[in-house]
Design a protein around this ligand. Structure first.
Ligand code: Z5A
Length: 212
């Protein structure tokens, strides 16, 4: 049986890295084989593209270039890693996916959403995550958390207005697809965030076993 595809999304400092390991352990404790990966990246070629996107060598790259690089990395990721794993029955846990393109390139950079949809259809051919956890928190809280870390990358160097647009885009996606996208209040304590994540995942596991 085909595996399930779970993605985790959120703005700056939302706690994706902090919670991904927790999610992986929950999936493994249910007996699923998990492939853990990220975007942009996930393959050798994809990680090279990630360096181009996040590094400061190409500051000021055209918005369309950015979008096309992201979807190039995604095409490679799907062909080499995600699809083979799902077809083998493994569960794929991915740190960001196409919702991030709608939020950052669509919302943040104001690229026409229809263009993004065309690329999504071309590259993914109908594949969507089965479940997306959206870690949501006010932009200023996230930036304060993220600010405590190392040198900002090319995206992290954007300002409040950009991240507000990103957050609003993510929330619009969640409102449009409530079955797939589950919003978790990431401004809460880590214990509370993980309690909510666990509730969402347990409900998802139950739905899987009922549908078998
Ligand atoms: N991007 C794009 O534009 N388009 C696309 O299609 C895709 C991506 C796929 C790389 O993402 C960039 O790519 C991203 C968008 C763009 N740009 N940005 N920015 P990334 O996922 O690698 O980078 P990131 O968003 O900066 O994620 P991160 O660095 O891994 O941050 P995080 O995972 O959200 O946060 P964290 O490191 O887990 O937590 C931040 C701090 O908060 C840390 O000190 C934690 O200990 C603390 N924390 C976490 N949770 C809590 C709670 N609950 N309470 C208190 N403190 C907490």
């Amino acid at each position: 049986m085909r595996g399930k595809f779970i993605t985790v999304e959120g703005g700056e400092g939302a706690g994706k890295s902090t919670n991904l390991e927790f999610i992986r352990r929950l999936l493994e404790s249910e007996g699923y084989q998990v492939v853990f990966t990220r975007e942009p990246g996930g393959t050798t070629l994809g990680e090279d593209i990630r360096e181009l996107l996040l590094g400061h060598k190409h500051t000021g790259m055209a918005d369309d270039t950015e979008l096309l690089l992201i979807f190039s990395a995604r095409a490679e990721h799907l062909a080499r890693k995600i699809m083979p794993a799902l077809e083998f029955g493994k569960w794929v846990l991915c740190d960001r996916f196409t919702d991030a393109s709608y939020a950052y390139q669509g919302g943040g950079r104001r690229i026409d959403l229809e263009r993004i949809r065309q690329l999504e259809n071309w590259v993914q051919g109908g594949l969507k995550p089965d479940l997306t956890l959206l870690l949501d928190l006010p932009v200023d809280v996230g930036l304060t958390r993220a600010g405590a870390r190392s040198e900002p990358d090319r995206f992290e160097s954007e300002g409040m207005v950009f991240f507000d647009k990103v957050r609003n885009s993510y929330l619009k996606i969640a409102a449009a697809e409530p079955e797939r996208v589950k919003v978790v209040n990431a401004a809460a304590s880590l214990e509370e965030v993980q309690r909510r994540i666990e509730m969402v995942l347990k409900a998802f596991f139950r739905a899987q076993s009922e549908s078998q």
